[in-house]
Design a protein around this ligand. Structure first.
Ligand code: GCW
Length: 711
């Protein structure tokens, strides 16, 4: 098996355009050795102590061994970091400086540190980057800052050593930048080793046990640190019997993973079962208000911290899709979350309590129950009742990671609760890593959305104190993410979590620079041009050939891949489009529908309420309209469906052609894998186009105005 995997990545391309293969057969993703060329060729000094500073040193030493530079430790006597030892010119200095000394040190190296920032401006993870007198300087107050500073230099490459650079202060906008793995320890009979995983097995677990060799986990931690992620939860939020035991007998395995991730500044979190006191502790109840239950969680949590002193905390999916929760005891979710929060508080841990609660046994005949309303209905009455170390983890949309949804109104309705926004990097509903679908533009739109209207706070502002969580798309596949281009989603998740204002196209550029060749300045390069052409708009392309105008869920039930327009129409899951011969869409208005529009603050409650003002791309999410309804561009709904489906398919044809233009320019392993997936994407896009068009033609009887073939 391993040999087969190793063979998946071929030898280096003679053109030398791309160099990302590793001897162990695992793709280097955005950290190929070449990405360290600029640093490795320099003389550098690293000042500071601790595990993370050692990581910085190791990274630089390895790069120097390859590229001929050198790296020193600080001289015995403290000296000015720009020329720390007289007569020893350094090109690069990375220094950990006590917060109180930062202004002085910065002044000494003339990096333009602004006094108004005062001491402590960089915080736990920030860094200052400057260039003065031909020395590039990175200063940090805490070790993680130095690590992030190093990876920033990697991103900059040679330009970090250019003639001049303005001083830059970097610190993350969002404190908790976390990836949730939906990995099972046992291979689950229905969901497998990784629930909704499209990249092979788990990097942590295999066939019921932790993997002995955690080298891959270390490499993963390194990739995550390089894009800014600082927390990982290592098991599925659907906690089955074996996985529940990670909290007690399996703790050693979690600790082993934590040991491997620690040098990259990543804390480990664990998904736990709310019923653990019963299932593991032998108690008769898991009622959050019973003393014995509280004591059990307090004792168990203390043991966790004895094994893993920097343990991040618990993730909980309660009363959702069959998982146990406080409702069984007539208690609220605040009672449930606070129980765990109290157990974690003495150690500085947090509870990520998921807001994904809805009735999955709904009667499809009942048009008044609306799954989109559920999280808001359940949680907003609890605002202000959660402890400070509870983070309510809210999926970005009110339904479930569809290619298009409005922003969840919960994000605008709980001012007294810490909120985290959850994205799905694993492409459950966006092509399952067989389709190219660069998700950063979608996430960026969500993060920039202003729930109270333009000029007001954005979703990113709301998440700043809670966090951003991504469901990981990684597995033991040699390319990490199955589809090599899906690596960009993981990279972009970390970067947007660090700075939500980043332009997704610029983030893609960073990823291209690191992962593929960095072309000469001024030359866009064929690889870069083709990747932008294929990826920049790929999410919208996916949207075009799948479910139209925000309606969602026209996928095959269960595995959720490929089209099935009525697949979820007459099911208990609350996922309907209500197409009939006259029209399509879900009436969620206050006037005549489920009233969901009323969960938004102004102006959106009124914008969404009105079929004329509602943005086209969300029209069918909010309204049931006739097929002849006119969109803002003057097209009818039915014609829009036909046009976008034909166009989306054609765009995939173009994508595939662009990729073929890269033959011979890329590592053959990467080239072949993407090409193979594009073939499948094309097949599937055609199926989507034909099924959706045929379905609506047969329902409505309205022909395509342009007379194209509809079956
Ligand atoms: O979208 C649904 C997925 C489930 C997942 C659930 C959740 C982990 O189909 O596989 O369960 O969301 O987010 O909890």
């Amino acid at each position: 098996m391993r040999t087969h995997e190793a063979a998946a990545i071929g030898p280096l391309d003679p053109v030398g355009a791309v160099n990302t293969a590793r001897s162990d057969g695992v793709h280097a993703a955005w950290l190929p050795p070449e990405a360290f060329g600029a640093i490795g060729a320099r003389h550098s000094l690293v000042c500071g102590d601790g595990v993370l500073v050692d990581t910085v040193r190791d990274e630089i030493s390895r790069a120097c061994a390859r590229y001929g530079g050198s790296t020193d430790r600080p001289p015995p006597r403290p000296a000015s970091p720009d020329r720390p030892a007289a007569g020893t010119p350094y090109d690069l200095v990375l220094a950990l400086v006590p917060a109180a000394l930062l202004p002085v040190t910065a002044a000494a190296v003339q990096v333009g540190y602004q006094r108004r920032h005062g001491a402590g401006a960089l915080g736990e993870e920030g860094f200052l980057l400057a260039r003065h007198a031909e020395v590039t300087v990175v200063l940090a107050e805490a070790p993680a800052g130095l690590l992030y500073g190093l990876f920033h230099l990697v991103r900059l490459g040679e330009s970090a050593f250019g003639l001049t650079r303005p001083t830059e202060l970097h610190r993350p906008a969002v404190r908790l930048r976390m990836l949730d793995h939906w990995d099972n320890v046992d291979v689950h009979p229905v969901t497998g080793q990784v629930e909704r995983g499209y990249a092979g097995g788990s990097i942590f677990w295999r066939d019921g046990a932790r993997r002995d060799d955690l080298t891959r986990v270390g490499a993963y931690g390194r990739l995550l640190a390089a894009c800014g992620v600082n927390a990982v939860s290592v098991n599925n939020v659907n906690v089955h019997a074996t996985e529940a035991r990670l909290l007690t007998d399996g703790l050693g395995d979690v600790a082993a993973i934590a040991d491997v991730l620690r040098p990259y500044g990543i804390r480990v979190h664990l998904s736990v079962s709310f019923a653990a006191p019963v299932a593991l502790g032998g108690l008769p109840t898991a009622d959050p208000l019973v003393d014995g239950v509280r004591t059990w969680w307090a004792d168990t949590t203390r043991d966790v911290y004895e094994s893993i002193p920097d343990f991040g905390g618990y993730v909980v999916k309660a009363d959702s899709e069959g998982q146990p929760g406080p409702f069984a005891y007539g208690r609220s979710h605040a009672d449930g979350a606070n129980l765990l929060a109290d157990a974690l508080a003495p150690f500085g841990g947090v509870v990520h309590w998921r807001a994904f609660i809805y009735d999955h046994r709904q009667d499809w005949r009942d048009r008044s129950t609306d799954r989109a309303r559920a999280a808001h209905d359940h949680f907003t009455p609890l605002d202000g009742r959660f402890r400070d170390n509870v983070i309510l983890q809210v999926k970005h949309g009110p339904m479930d990671f569809q290619p298009r949804e409005p922003v969840s109104p919960v994000l605008a309705a709980m001012p007294n609760t810490r909120l985290a926004v959850e994205f799905q990097a694993t492409q459950e509903y966006t092509g399952q890593q067989r389709h190219v679908c660069y998700l950063a533009p979608w996430w960026s739109e969500v993060l920039g959305f202003a729930p109270w209207g333009d000029g007001g706070p954005t979703v990113a502002d709301v998440a700043a104190g809670g966090g951003l969580v991504g469901v990981s798309n990684v597995g033991d596949d040699p390319f990490w993410t199955g589809h090599p281009l899906a690596q960009a989603n993981l990279y972009a998740f970390g970067r947007l979590a660090w700075d939500p204002r980043l332009d997704p196209v610029a983030v893609l550029d960073e990823w291209i620079d690191l992962t593929f060749v960095r072309p000469a300045p001024g030359c866009p390069g064929p690889v870069r041009r083709a990747l932008h052409a294929i990826m920049d708009d790929s999410w919208r392309t996916y949207e075009r050939y799948t479910a139209p105008l925000g309606v969602g869920f026209m996928v095959r039930p269960g595995h959720h891949y490929g089209p099935d327009v009525d697949g979820y129409e007459y099911t208990p899951w609350g996922t309907y489009h209500f197409a009939d011969r006259d029209g399509v869409g879900v009436d969620r208005t206050r006037t005549s529908g489920t009233g969901f529009t009323g969960q938004f603050p102004p102006p959106w409650r009124d914008v969404y309420e009105s079929p004329d003002r509602c943005p086209d791309e969300l029209l069918l999410f909010f309204h049931h309209v006739p097929y002849g309804h006119l969109l803002h561009d003057g097209s009818t709904v039915i014609q829009h469906i036909y046009d976008t489906h034909f166009a989306g398919y054609e765009q995939v044809v173009t994508m595939r052609r662009r990729w073929e233009g890269l033959a011979g320019r890329l590592d053959p392993g990467v080239y072949d894998r993407v090409r193979e997936r594009l073939d499948e994407q094309l097949r599937c896009a055609q199926e989507w186009r034909d099924q959706v068009n045929a379905y609506f033609f047969r329902k409505s009887g309205v022909p395509d105005a342009r007379g194209r073939p509809i079956h």
